[in-house]
Write a protein that binds this ligand. Structure first.
Ligand code: HEC
Ligand code: HEC
Length: 300
């Protein structure tokens, strides 16, 4: 065996197991001494020195990795057992994550269709509604609807979504609420806030005076049906589009009686299982464009 093959074998063993390597080196060393190959023995000894240095360096490297895992654990919020929490929440499953992605048996919509958790941004509705990262840390949620201890007991407001948007007839169970709270806290939370602030005319109650103002403004705008089609696909398509997956939704393209006013009413106030869209996420111009598209497709 040449000293080069030797070297390769030793490195291979080193990669597998350092205890084995030492045994192996010792064996080879004696083998050489017996064969009286002085030159090869010299290179073998040099190699042994080299490999011992390598193994010291490798073990130092491992220690550094261990430390960084511990730092990650420190940053993760509650649990202390799993290393590098940030990664596990997005790759591993948990009861809370399963619940977040489960479709309602009433109308086939899931939390994850409307809310981002940092990994599902291809669901276009997540652009329009709040993200659940850090939802458990908020002091007030749902435009002030819940605060203090109510935040935790309503899974940061999700109980409203469950009954209204997912049409569930029985309330979430304490186990489901707890699993959601755990899921929120397992997610990386780059922008911790006490409250997500947005302007809405639908909370705490539908503000009719403000709706009239909005309707006037939108009626004064000229809608662009082509842009409206794009916006419609993103903001309304999951429920009203040609490839909709959500059930129990009225058809907007079959004998539709609506107009600018009624569409604005639905968009700004929401209605039953239809969520409201505030001006910050869907501008008055967007509503005018979407309306132009809906009316054009209805031959109006
Ligand atoms: C049809 C869309 C839709 C579905 C489905 C839905 N929500 Fe919501 N959710 C909303 C809207 C709209 C709001 C209020 C505006 C906002 O937060 O963007 C809201 C608010 C929230 C908030 C409060 C955010 C805050 O800090 O104010 C949380 C948390 C939340 N939802 C979690 C959930 C969970 C968990 C589920 C599943 C059980 C769920 N939602 C299902 C649309 C939805
Ligand atoms: C999460 C599903 C969902 C999304 C997203 C959604 N809608 Fe709706 N929409 C509904 C449901 C459900 C109703 C019926 C409400 C009811 O009567 O309970 C409805 C009703 C309507 C109506 C009234 C229809 C009628 O015949 O009276 C209009 C108009 C409308 N939506 C427009 C829109 C527009 C525009 C968008 C996008 C900006 C949109 N919707 C997004 C679910 C949705």
């Amino acid at each position: 065996m040449s000293s080069f093959e030797f070297y390769e074998l030793l490195i291979k063993r080193l990669k597998q197991n350092s205890t084995n390597t030492i045994l192996y080196i010792t064996l080879i060393k004696y083998n050489f001494m017996l064969n009286q190959k002085v030159n090869d023995l010299r290179s073998a000894i040099l190699l042994i020195c080299f490999i011992s240095m390598l193994s010291i360096i490798t073990s130092c490297g491992n220690k550094t990795e261990d430390n960084s895992a511990k730092t990650g654990e420190g940053k993760g919020k509650t649990e202390t057992k799993e290393p590098v929490k940030e990664n596990t929440s997005t790759t591993q499953t948990s009861p809370g994550k399963e619940f977040f992605y489960a479709k309602s048996k009433e109308n086939n919509i899931a939390c994850a269709d409307c809310h981002g958790d940092g990994t599902n941004l291809k669901n276009t509705l997540t652009k329009y509604f709040s993200n659940v990262q850090g939802a458990d840390k908020r002091k007030s949620v749902f435009h002030g609807k819940f605060s203090g201890a109510e935040v935790a007991s309503n899974a940061s407001g999700a109980s409203v979504c469950w009954e209204s948007y997912m049409k569930m007839k029985t309330p979430m169970t304490p186990e489901q609420i707890e699993s959601l709270n755990k899921y929120y806290s397992s997610l990386p939370n780059p922008n911790p806030v006490d409250e997500i602030k947005y302007e809405t005319i639908s909370l705490p109650q539908n503000d009719k005076a403000k709706l009239k103002e909005a309707q006037k403004k939108i009626m004064a705008l000229t809608g662009d049906a082509a842009n409206g089609e794009k916006k419609f696909e993103e903001a309304c398509g999951l429920c009203h589009g040609a490839n909709k997956t959500v059930k129990k939704v009225p058809d907007l393209f079959d004998e539709f009686e609506g107009n600018v006013k009624s569409i604005t009413y639905n968009v700004r106030f929401g209605d039953g299982a239809m969520p409201f869209f505030n001006e910050g996420v869907l501008s008055n111009q967007d509503v005018a464009d979407i309306t132009a598209y809906i009316l054009k497709k209805n031959g109006k």
